[in-house]
Design a protein around this ligand. Structure first.
Ligand SMILES: *Cc1c(COP(=O)(O)O)cnc(C)c1O
Length: 470
């Protein structure tokens, strides 16, 4: 969106509405923004489910032939159209040539994942030698912690968010126990201030400053899965390392969503899954990063043949020639079908840049925020009117594409009514909806339609006779 680069989303919306001579909440604004969206062609590379194909849809309420509003790419990204072609190619190769597929064709199974690691490295801001595609996210987190978490009596803690994703919480807990320490003493949970939902960077830095001498590893998410908060990874990394800690990030919700500079920030290690914003399909091949500064000093604790130098891997003489850095952490040969789906998605990313995606994302999510604030700010004069509080930070630099919405009314019925109308989103008890407009395939019209459907859903789910209907 040229010419808009320095303006806030609100300024852009107001400027466009003046130009069009309509209100900023008008559908015309969405249509205009879609027309001028230089990334809009990318949506065509994905399979967008139809409203009629989503199981909860009620066809008496909506047109089933329309594309659904898919705002749940933070949980499972859409399928790139090329996935099927690539998987079919490998199935055919297997059928026709059997074991020869290991070394033949466009994707020799024995090193197929190596061919897509450069695209992956680009997305996380790393050198290709700093990235490996392997396993699942939690497995990779464990493998990395085995190397980076070497507790001593003096330095035995892991600093992690209080409400980290359960798998990360369990991984950290079990790693602490594995080393003979007790989570009660060694797991340091970073809590938000009373009455606040997100963590303040100043509080994170204070904790690191105060407790740093006893912290072995600082482990944060890049983007928090529940609140959508984007952490200041560069600042946290520098602060942790100043105190002698290793600093790692779980980038599950940050990869493909925020601009990452893992190398430049000097992050020690990171891991991520690929089925959320990276669209590789459920259980897709996960990623891991170790900074090149550790390539010859930090070693894998557990070894497998896939960590062996590729040139001599198949000589099979049982003398390990370990790949330096993260490459040496590979254990097994990679599942080729998962390489196919991830390749299809990374090729879409490769047609643009994270900078361009992020630029669209800030406006797209800012547009959602603008409309929600317009319709659903608490109205003191009308206390019965449902209102929405946005938990995610209001500063676009402190969030990714997701907005976490907390409702003044019970959320379950609202969620069900949205689902009946062809909206795919995500509910977290007790009262949060997570809404993720993804810049790769969502449009400004999706956001506008969502707001209109939210009005109907609130009206339908509310006992109030006069529902709010934008
Ligand atoms: C999605 C997610 C996971 C899931 O872990 P898997 O090993 O891929 O099942 C873990 N941690 C975070 C922060 C996540 O967002």
């Amino acid at each position: 969106m040229d010419g808009f680069t320095d303006a806030s989303p609100q300024e852009v919306l107001e400027r466009v509405s003046v130009e069009l001579g309509c209100s900023p909440i008008s559908q015309e604004v969405a249509a205009y923004l879609d027309k001028h969206d230089q990334l809009q062609h990318l949506r065509k590379q994905f399979l967008v489910p139809k409203v009629s194909d989503l199981p909860p849809t009620d066809l008496s309420l909506v047109d089933g032939a329309e594309d659904c509003i898919y705002f749940v790419g933070n949980s499972l990204g859409l399928q790139p159209k090329l996935v099927k072609k690539y998987i079919d190619e490998e199935l055919d190769k297997w059928a026709k040539t059997g074991v020869h597929g290991h070394v033949e064709g466009a994707r020799p199974w024995a090193w197929a994942e190596n061919n897509i690691e450069d695209m992956m490295a680009n997305i996380v801001g790393a050198k290709v030698e700093e990235v490996a595609l392997m396993n699942g996210l939690t497995v990779n987190l464990h493998l990395l912690l085995l190397s980076f978490y070497k507790p001593t009596a003096k330095r035995h803690k892991i600093l992690i968010e209080d409400k980290a994703f359960p798998s990360d919480h369990y991984a950290v807990e079990s790693q602490i126990r594995l080393r003979g320490y007790a989570p009660q003493q060694s797991m340091l949970l970073m809590k938000a201030r009373a009455g606040e939902e997100t963590l303040r960077t100043e509080d994170i830095l204070d904790t690191i400053e105060r407790e740093g001498d006893s912290i072995a590893v600082v482990l944060f998410s890049g983007v928090q899965y529940y609140t959508g908060q984007l952490f200041d990874m560069a600042t946290i990394t520098a602060a942790g390392q100043r105190k002698g800690c290793f600093v790692g990030f779980d980038c599950a919700h940050a990869v493909g969503n925020a601009e990452l500079r893992l190398h430049d920030w000097g992050v020690d290690f990171a891991c991520w899954c690929s089925y959320k914003y990276l669209n590789s399909g459920a259980g897709g091949l996960a990623g891991a990063f170790i900074h090149e500064k550790h390539a010859h000093t930090v070693k894998p604790v557990l070894l497998g043949w896939w960590g062996h130098n590729l040139k001599t891997r198949f000589v099979m003489n049982n003398e390990m020639d370990l790949i330096p850095g993260i490459g040496g952490y590979r254990l097994s040969n990679q599942p080729i079908l998962l390489v196919c789906s991830l390749q299809a998605s990374l090729e879409v990313f490769n047609q643009t840049s994270m900078r361009a995606l992020r630029q669209k994302s800030i406006l797209l999510t800012g547009y959602l925020e603008y409309l929600i604030t317009h319709y659903y700010t608490k109205d003191e004069a009308n206390p019965k009117k449902p209102f929405v509080r946005i938990i995610s930070p209001s500063n676009p630099q402190e969030r990714g594409c997701q907005l976490s919405l907390s409702f003044s009314v019970p959320i379950r019925a609202v969620f069900r009514e949205l689902e009946k109308r062809g909206v795919a989103c995500d509910m977290r008890e007790p009262n949060v909806l997570r809404i993720a407009p993804v810049p790769l395939y969502n449009s400004f019209s999706d956001v506008h339609r969502f707001i209109s459907l939210l009005g109907s859903a609130l009206a339908a789910s509310s006992e109030l006779p006069q529902g709010v209907k934008p």
